[in-house]
Design a protein around this ligand. Structure first.
Ligand code: ADP
Length: 218
């Protein structure tokens, strides 16, 4: 299968981070912004960096936007520009559009005008940080749906030297430990008898309510 090509429109903090990561991972990525300075900052970090106003249909055609497999709309503050850009991309036949939303209403509109996926980076980061504040053992949290998530939880004193079966994790909390990270090693199918050690990190999947109980009580 041929490697995918990406275009990122809007080179603020979020768009810039997406461009950098894709480029480092070796993908073709075109960086687009209406602001020439922002474009110049990305000349090295992207395969192409071009100045264009994405609310101008002809400008989008000129940069060949239809040739990219995935286009990311990373315009945040200017909600009108973000919506109009998404609509134009859809009309121009872009196969997959991922758009960043400022708030739930903005997200709803983006889906209506044709986004295939809407991301809420500020909201998601807020949730991740809040989990860590409530329980410092929680190193990270990713929402899978409004009800389910994956948490990265550092082994607490209470868990050290015990096995998953002894801790009775599944029956007591209804969550599943799907992997254990020890230093840089990953045990991706941990048996029930594996003894947990100081410094180990558990990757736990479950309902948010159950995860919260696990985080608080463990
Ligand atoms: P962040 O919160 O991720 O920093 P911003 O909303 O501050 O995002 O940045 C969005 C970027 O999108 C800015 O660099 C801005 O110049 C660019 N941008 C805004 N409107 C357009 C447009 N119509 N066409 C192209 N780029 C745009």
């Amino acid at each position: 299968m041929a490697e995918k090509s990406y275009a990122v429109i809007g080179l603020g903090r979020f768009g810039s981070s997406v461009v950098n990561h894709l480029h480092k991972a070796g993908y073709e990525v075109m960086a687009v912004d209406e602001n020439e300075e922002r474009v110049q900052e990305h000349v090295e970090a992207a395969t192409h960096a071009v100045q264009a106003d994405s609310t101008d249909e002809q400008a989008l055609r000129d940069v060949g936007i239809g040739n990219f497999d995935v286009v990311v709309v990373a315009i945040g503050v200017d909600i009108q520009a973000s919506i109009l850009t998404t609509l134009l991309l859809k009309e121009l036949g872009v196969k997959r559009i991922v758009a960043k939303a400022q708030n739930p209403r903005h997200g709803q509109v983006l889906y209506k005008v044709g986004a295939d996926r809407v991301v809420f980076p500020e909201r998601d980061m807020g949730i991740r940080v809040a989990h860590n504040l409530v329980s410092p053992n929680v190193l990270d949290f990713i929402e899978l749906s409004p009800d389910y998530g994956v948490a990265e939880v550092a082994v607490s004193e209470k868990m050290q030297g015990k096995s998953l079966v002894e801790l009775n994790v599944r029956a007591q909390f209804g969550v599943n430990v799907v992997a254990i990270k020890t230093n840089n090693d990953f045990n991706i199918a941990p048996g029930p008898e594996v003894l947990l050690q100081e410094g180990d990190i558990l990757i736990v999947v479950g309902h948010n309510d159950d995860l919260r109980r696990f985080e608080e009580e463990m």
